[in-house]
Write a protein that binds this ligand. Sequence first.
Ligand SMILES: Cc1cc2nc3c(=O)[nH]c(=O)nc-3n(C[C@H](O)[C@H](O)[C@H](O)COP(=O)(O)OP(=O)(O)OC[C@H]3O[C@@H](n4cnc5c(N)ncnc54)[C@H](O)[C@@H]3O)c2cc1C
Length: 387
Amino acid sequence: MELTNTKNAFEYKSDKELKKALRLFKLVKNKHVSDFFAGLTLIAMKFRIPVAWLIKPIMFDHFCGGENSEEAIETANNLWKYNVSSILDFAVEGQVDDKIVEQTIEEIKNTISLASKTDSLTFAAFKPTALASHEKLHHLATSPNLTEKEKAEKEKYEERFFSICEFAAQNEVKLLVDAEEFVYQFYVDELVEKAMKKLNKNKPLIYTTLQMYRHDRLDYLEGLIEDARQNNYYLGVKFVRGAYLEKERILAFKENRQSPIYETKQGTDDAFDKGVEMVFENIDICGIFVGTHNEDSVIKSINLAKKYNVDKNDDRFFVSQLYGMSDHISFNVAKEGYNVAKYLPYGPVKVAIPYLLRRAQENSAMAGQTGRELKFVKLEWERRKNN
Ligand SMILES: Cc1cc2nc3c(=O)[nH]c(=O)nc-3n(C[C@H](O)[C@H](O)[C@H](O)COP(=O)(O)OP(=O)(O)OC[C@H]3O[C@@H](n4cnc5c(N)ncnc54)[C@H](O)[C@@H]3O)c2cc1C
């Protein structure tokens, strides 16, 4: 499959938007500039200096769908003209304030309702830390001596978690539960397993996320498949490589335990491929969502779909990239008729800043990735200029 056609990849962007993308990727290419920018933003946030006016035109507009769900749907509908669907992703994480958590849950449910009635929206998604801070979730998941107040908090957390899953199932909307940090992921896994057992009786609606940089994930997947067969439910599996590589390694080192991550990129890549193949082998009871910017992984998953007779538009197979990244994959794959979904973060600029900083750092840390984004945007810019 040809993934390099830049006309297809950026057809949805005006010349002005493409020019802005070109400037952005040139800017974040330099790790020093990117780190300086990230540091400055964090300092400004700490001292409550408004930075949204600066972040919005440079980064927000490129990586986010809008400041509210109405704007995000407009963006999604634009992508849908090219057969690329979207997943509205309310960009909050690490919530502390209970009132804000309540509002966040309402917003996540709003994205589920919207997905149930909007053709361009094929999934909903949420992060477990949209409902509690990282520290709180870690504590609730691991502490053997919770106080009565904390036990009640844990109960409340689970109630809220399941209320989102149940709302998705009632609305027949496929729901992705994102994966985050290793220290509490085992607890999130337990909750998602419970939700899948209860709500995936007729089809995969609730999807767990497997971070394939973890060396325990293939065994875990094998157990999940066995359990789903034994207990007659469908498995929804979202594959990613994992976003917290450095952090996990440093933490494991500090806590004097074995790192949960493969020692080499090759180890992660092999596990990713193997996991995807395992799910295709069991496609009669699975839904598969391949979240990656890796061209090889996308091509391999498409070849597996062919091998296991999964039709291009079969609802059980999606490939997905983040909005503003790897458009050459998303739009060329969609042009071939396969199901493609973009993660489309949205929300107030201030709230989206942690997400944007991760994008900036990810893009500068991985020279290959930024180089590739910049190369394709540049090629398309040249092509348009010469036409
Ligand atoms: C649609 C979508 C949804 C996502 N959702 C989540 C999510 O819920 N949770 C989450 O954690 N991440 C998520 N991510 C991010 C994802 O985990 C990766 O960080 C990101 O996509 C880069 O990996 P890749 O497969 O695209 O590309 P590649 O460039 O092929 O892989 C880079 C990744 O390989 C791994 N890696 C790199 N070097 C090494 C090494 N030396 N040893 C071992 N492993 C290494 C790391 O995971 C790194 O991020 C999502 C990504 C997408 C596209």
